[in-house]
Each structure stands twice: as structure tokens, then as C-alpha cells.
Design a binder for this molecule. Structure first.
Ligand SMILES: Nc1ncnc2c1ncn2[C@@H]1O[C@H](COP(=O)(O)OP(=O)(O)OP(=O)(O)O)[C@@H](O)[C@H]1O
Ligand SMILES: O=P(O)(O)OC[C@H]1O[C@H](OP(=O)(O)OP(=O)(O)O)[C@H](O)[C@@H]1O
Ligand SMILES: [Mg+2]
Length: 286
């Protein structure tokens, strides 16, 4: 019986490096795996399969791989029988409809009877059906943004992140169909040993994600403000307060969420905090 968990990762492309980095931060090392299609991790019972991202949902559905790291956009488009387990926080993008900026196609309704080029025919057709619009979907596997310019389509439906590709092809986004990021998918009916390994991996991934979203803060504050500052910085259980050598002052240590960071820093300054240090956290285990 296989004692390893088999993990499908994109071979090359947008998700490869972030997937490998995440595994590494979870203590799973695949050594120098650049040109191999299958490697065995050295310090975790895992095998990594390097595949085209389009194939990952099917391999996971069929149990060839136990789990896979892949974009939600691909999971929805392929519509295979897999379970989506966890968002990974990278590969963030959106699937949008865009039209040439000189054309008068402002709303979705204007797409009726038009030709739309996309690599996501299933997601697009479900969306158009929901909007009760009949349009002609033209499926292509890449370079979608060029389609209107070469007379292949009136509009496109493709992934957008910075918007640079749309801009340089004189396209404007009119509708967002889907927000996407990389996720873990798993095969239905995962065997017990692999289920245990998946739980172990998820525990590690959640600790890494939490640490990426939080910062360790150290600061000095007058004793009169310690209570106010501790309310602002509740930390994991509570802030740590230590006396400074200088009478009347304390050092406060805590953890804050990245998204609250600047708002809280401003308030800390108002409470007289000084010498504020903000330090990345490597792992965060509750
Ligand atoms: N511009 C982007 N910004 C952020 N994430 C993106 C972007 N474009 C795509 N992604 C995410 O990364 C995934 C992989 O994108 P990539 O362009 O590498 O795919 P691909 O060319 O189909 O690769 P493959 O050779 O494996 O088939 C996409 O499915 C999506 O989830
Ligand atoms: O909004 P932007 O930041 O410009 O990103 C969007 C582009 O990124 C993706 O392609 P990618 O660059 O991965 O190349 P590919 O088409 O070869 O997959 C996507 O298909 C868009 O073309
Ligand atoms: Mg692909």
C-alpha cells in the first residue's frame, strides 16, 4: 500500500514557484526538481508530480494524484469530481469579459449575437446562460487578448490580474465573472493514510498562511498608556508587557494582522508609542 501522499503541482508557469515555496515553508523539500516530472520529498512522505495545470483536476479526480495545487478557475472550468479543500493565498486573478476600447459594447446585454474568444468556454457559457444572453463562444487555448485585433472575435473572456495585458491590447474590462486563487483539491474517497497526511499538511499550510498575514510588533510606551495599547494589540492571547530599565516606561510585544497594520500604527503613535519594530513571523501555531 502506498504510504506517500501524491501531490500534483503545475510543472512550470504562474503557480509553480509559489507552490514549491509553500511546500518548502511547510518543511517539504523536493531538492533540485527542476527537470523531473516526479520527485519524492526527502523529509515528508510525499511524491510530487509536475503536470500541466489543465490536467490536474482530472488526475486528482481519477486518484492518480491524491491532491493538487491548482487555480480555482481551472477547477471550475474542468468541472471534475474533486473536493476543494483550502485556498492558498497566491495566484490571485479574476476571469473577466473585455471588449475593444473603441467598440460600443458597454454592458453584458450588448454581447448578444457577438463572438467571444476564451479559454474558459464552460464558465463563460454558464455565465451567459444565467444572464440570458445568446452569444457565440469561440474557444482558443492561449493569446486570447489578441483575438479582437485580428478579427477573430468581438470580445474576450480571460484572466486578468494587473490589467497590463488588456491595456496593451486596447481592451477594457466590462464584467468580472469570477475571482480566483490557487487552491488545494483532493480526490473523493481519499484513503485513511493519505487523509492523515493531508491533515498534517493542512496544519502546516495554515500556520504558514497565518504567519504571512501577521506581523510581530515590539514598541516602547509610557506606563500610563499600556492599557490603551494592549486593547489595540490583543495579540494571540494577550500582549506581553515588560518593564523598561527607564522608570515609567514599558516594552509591549504583540502580533497584528497585516491588513490592520497602518491603521493601528497611527493609533499607537497617538498613544505615545515609540521605537516601534515590526518583524515578519516565520511560523504561527495557535
Ligand atoms: N496574471 C495572473 N496573475 C495571477 N495569477 C494568474 C494570472 N494568470 C493566471 N493566473 C493563475 O495561474 C494559473 C496558471 O497560469 P499559467 O499562465 O501558468 O497557465 P498555463 O499557461 O495554462 O500553464 P500550463 O502550461 O500548466 O497549462 C491560472 O490558471 C490562474 O489560476
Ligand atoms: O492582467 P495581467 O497582469 O496582464 O495578467 C493577465 C495575463 O496573465 C495570464 O497569462 P500569462 O502571462 O500567464 O501567459 P499565458 O497566456 O501564456 O498563460 C492571462 O492569460 C492573461 O493573459
Ligand atoms: Mg494550462
Amino acid at each position: 500500500m502506498n504510504k506517500n501522499i501524491r501531490i500534483a503541482i503545475q510543472k512550470s508557469g504562474r503557480l509553480h514557484d509559489d507552490s514549491m515555496r509553500l511546500l518548502k515553508e511547510c518543511g517539504i523539500d523536493a531538492g533540485n526538481s527542476r527537470n523531473q516530472l516526479k520527485v519524492t520529498a526527502t523529509n515528508f512522505p510525499a511524491e510530487l508530480f509536475f503536470l500541466r495545470d489543465d490536467d490536474i483536476p482530472e488526475y486528482v479526480q481519477d486518484g492518480v494524484a491524491d491532491i493538487g495545487f491548482v487555480g480555482e478557475n481551472v477547477v471550475l472550468e474542468k468541472n471534475k469530481k474533486v473536493n476543494t479543500i483550502e485556498k492558498l493565498g497566491f495566484g490571485k486573478c479574476r476571469l473577466s469579459i473585455a471588449v475593444p476600447n473603441k467598440k460600443k459594447l458597454k454592458s453584458v446585454q450588448d454581447l448578444a449575437g457577438k463572438k467571444i474568444a476564451t479559454s474558459y468556454p464552460n464558465i463563460l457559457s454558464a455565465y451567459l446562460k444565467k444572464q440570458k444572453i445568446k452569444a457565440d463562444i469561440h474557444t482558443i487555448s492561449g493569446s486570447v487578448e489578441i483575438a479582437p485585433k485580428i478579427g477573430l472575435a468581438d470580445a474576450i473572456c480571460d484572466l486578468v490580474s494587473s490589467g497590463n495585458t488588456l491595456f496593451s491590447n486596447e481592451l477594457v474590462e466590462t464584467e468580472t465573472i469570477l475571482q480566483s486563487e490557487a487552491v488545494i483539491i483532493s480526490t473523493p474517497g481519499l484513503a485513511a493514510p493519505q487523509q492523515q497526511l493531508l491533515q498534517k499538511l493542512l496544519f502546516r499550510i495554515q500556520s504558514v498562511k497565518r504567519s504571512r498575514n501577521n506581523k510581530y510588533v515590539l514598541l516602547n510606551a509610557p506606563n500610563s498608556q499600556v492599557k490603551n495599547i494592549c486593547q489595540l494589540l490583543p495579540g494571540m492571547r494577550s500582549a506581553t508587557v515588560l518593564p523598561l530599565a527607564e522608570e515609567g516606561w514599558s516594552s509591549i510585544h504583540s502580533v497584528i494582522n497585516e491588513t490592520d497594520f497602518w491603521n493601528i500604527i497611527e493609533k499607537l503613535k497617538q498613544y505615545g508609542a515609540e521605537g516601534i519594530l515590526v518583524i515578519p513571523i516565520e511560523k504561527m501555531i495557535l
